[in-house]
Design a protein around this ligand. Structure first.
Ligand code: PLP
Length: 394
């Protein structure tokens, strides 16, 4: 007998993948230059040159057994030391390697953290719009997943709704800033207000409510904005970080979890995270990439290309009459669907070979997402098509 929950997840492709596949089919017919594919969040800027140089150097200089061998499950000490030092320099913290766990990217890190923070029946909240995989991750942990509605049009946190949903069974809230799909960066003020509310509710219920900070886009901020480091605002924060987007390494599967020792039950929580990862089959993060990261923690992405795309697409769509959430980070633009039915508008856009993802799957119907990690040329060529669509729409 098969596990039906697992079967359903495997058998039903995500709407994003469907669109991407559709785009490939259309490209074969009309030519790739005539398909305006904004569906997938795959980085379009190469990793900083130093990443590949470091990799080449390691392949040349390092003993093969050490390079390819298992590391400890929590990760090489040198890697954790380098990450701790980098974070401490940037955020004036005193993080130690013993609070870091090297993981295989944000997705499995979130799974381990959610498992560690819940018992069957615990509730995990996310704030719309949210990354759709949170639901299967939370449910695989045995938790109940619930979504706080979006704070439209600012996409910060709707505190009245959140407060009413912070019931006694909530043990964790996942937040993602800079946000996929809205591009919003939560402000210091928003995060302080969140910390205040969670502290109050934790005291009221007699147990901590943890923030799980999903941060693959932390360094992808524009216009001089810096995403606040949430553990300095709320001590019961577990960070799931990834190099997938910041160093354009999504296929290499490398990141880290930061479990602050000063968090409630911090030391036990670190062990529970390690145990949850172990139970999910984690042995160690890729050994070579741990060693690359140990030498590359100082590198930051060159955001010029994304920023140019962001401005061109934002300004072009606003000029065409679309309502667009002002994106401060990540590489997504969230746009209000003309007519307010994003699924219908996404279908309509397919007739123009424009691929956009309806916000319904992100818990935010009526809006759609565009990934602007594409060529600048695609953006320029698609803007007249977006103008045409809005004028042809009903
Ligand atoms: N969280 C968010 C918000 C994402 O957008 C993604 C990937 O797109 C992930 C997590 C998963 O990232 P990773 O490649 O690090 O597993």
């Amino acid at each position: 007998m098969l596990n039906s929950q697992a079967y359903d997840l495997g058998a039903n492709r995500s709407c994003i993948r469907e669109l991407f596949e559709y785009g490939r089919q259309r490209a074969a017919i009309v030519g790739p230059e005539n398909v305006y594919d904004y569906s997938l969040g795959n980085p379009s800027i190469p990793s900083p040159a130093e990443v590949n140089q470091t990799l080449a150097q390691l392949l040349q200089d390092t003993d093969s057994l050490a390079l390819h061998g298992y590391t400890t499950a929590v990760g090489d000490l040198a890697t954790r030391q380098a990450i701790a030092q980098d974070l401490n320099q940037r955020y004036a913290t005193d993080i130690t390697p013993g609070e870091l766990f090297i993981g295989c990217g944000a997705a499995p890190e979130l799974c381990a953290v959610l498992k560690a923070l819940t018992v069957p029946g615990s509730k995990v909240l996310a704030i719309a719009p949210y990354f759709p995989e949170y639901k299967p991750f939370a449910e695989a942990a045995g938790a109940v997943f619930a979504v706080v509605p979006a704070d439209i049009p600012n996409f910060q946190i709707p505190f009245a709704d959140l407060e009413s949903m912070l019931t006694e069974d909530v043990t964790a809230i996942i937040i993602n800033s800079p946000n996929n799909p809205s591009g919003t960066v939560y402000t210091q003020q928003t995060l302080e207000k969140l910390a205040e509310l969670l502290t109050k509710k934790s005291q009221q219920y007699g147990h901590p409510i943890y923030i799980v900070a999903d941060e693959p886009y932390r360094e992808l901020c524009y216009d001089g904005i810096v995403a606040p480091f949430i553990p300095t605002i709320y001590k019961n924060t577990v960070v799931c970080y990834s190099y997938s987007k910041s160093l354009s390494l999504p296929g290499e599967r490398i990141g880290y979890i930061y479990v602050p020792r000063q968090a409630d039950d911090g030391e036990a929580l670190y062990l529970a995270v390690a145990g949850a990862a172990r139970a999910a089959g984690h042995v160690c993060a890729p050994s070579i990439w741990q060693k690359v990261i140990a030498r590359c923690t100082h590198l930051r992405p060159d955001l010029c290309a994304y920023d140019k795309n962001r401005k061109a697409l934002y300004e072009g769509l606003v000029a065409a009459g679309y309502e667009v959430a002002k994106p401060d980070g990540a590489f997504y633009l969230f746009v209000k669907a003309p007519g307010s039915d994003a699924v219908a508008f996404s279908e309509f856009a397919k007739k123009y070979d424009v691929l956009l993802v309806p916000g319904d799957g992100f818990g935010c119907p009526g809006w759609f997402r565009l990934c602007y990690c594409v060529s600048y040329d695609q953006i320029q060529r698609s803007l007249p098509v977006f103008r045409q669509m809005v004028s042809d729409w009903k």
